[in-house]
Design a protein around this ligand. Structure first.
Ligand code: 8X3
Length: 253
């Protein structure tokens, strides 16, 4: 029987790559995102492969998140897998100069958004255990860097939530995994740099960054681990990267 998987941030990057990949495996998909046109495209591209439901909400909107998940048709409430992927960086500036709206956005999306979705989905997952939650953190959740104080803080919060939920869900047969990617070439930098293409492109030049597919391959690997194995915490980096701040450019790998 196909398992129901809910993916946030499914309309681009890692979430979108994962939606395509899981559609050809044993999953029915609840795809969540803010852009209805992208959700419609995913539905039309993937519905020949598997059953899809789309939920259009912004993870920042507590009422919308709770209502969308609580009003799923009963058969779709049997969520087995939750991929907390929605997340963004807004700006890259010294804390004292950063826009407060940017700082709020990162806390609201990366921390509170993940909290709202989890709060709605976890009770359903407990009723339908066993299950698996995968939170997408960042290398920024492992090493803090200058000009990214609140982004790093938001990802440290994701790390703590992964750790805490793993403890609380231990006796509920729900695995919790945390993935901390380094530099992945998606629209992440375009969002961080507010559409500045030159600055965004430069982030991924001179080395081979990870792709969204690299991360979705890892997610599939984690999901397919045997029942007795929980891959609890994985850091995944381009070969050219060793930490948030150590990156070798102009190398052939
Ligand atoms: C994205 C990776 O290095 O820009 O989370 O923080 S980094």
């Amino acid at each position: 029987m196909k398992r129901i998987c809910l993916i946030t941030g499914a309309t681009s990057g890692i979430g979108e790559a994962l939606a395509y990949q899981l559609s050809s495996l044993d999953y029915k998909l609840i795809l969540c995102g803010r852009k209805q046109s992208k959700l419609d495209k995913l539905q039309s591209d993937l519905s020949s492969q598997t059953e899809i439901i789309t939920l259009n909400f912004d993870v920042r909107d507590r009422e919308d998140v709770l209502e969308a998940i609580h009003t799923l048709p009963d058969e779709w409430k049997k969520i087995k897998v939750l991929i907390n992927n929605a997340g963004n960086a807004h700006g890259l500036a010294h804390f004292s100069e950063a826009e407060i709206d940017d700082l709020n956005a990162m806390i609201d999306i990366n921390v509170k958004g993940l909290m709202y979705v989890s709060k709605a989905a976890i009770p359903l997952m407990i009723q339908n255990a066993p299950g698996h939650i995968i939170n997408i953190s960042s290398i920024a959740g492992k090493n803090t860097y200058k000009n990214g104080v609140i982004y790093c803080a938001s990802k440290k919060a994701v790390e703590a939530i992964s750790e805490g939920l793993r403890l609380e869900l231990l006796d509920k047969e729900i695995k919790v995994s945390n993935i901390a990617p380094g530099l992945v070439e998606t629209n992440f930098s375009m969002v961080r740099f507010k559409g500045d293409e030159t600055r965004s492109k430069a982030v991924y030049e001179g080395y081979t960054p990870l792709s969204a597919n690299d991360i979705s391959d890892l997610i599939v690997y984690i999901l397919q681990a045997p029942t007795h194995v929980n891959i609890a915490d994985v850091t995944i980096l381009p070969t050219s990267q060793a930490s948030s701040t150590d990156l070798i450019k102009r190398k052939s790998f």
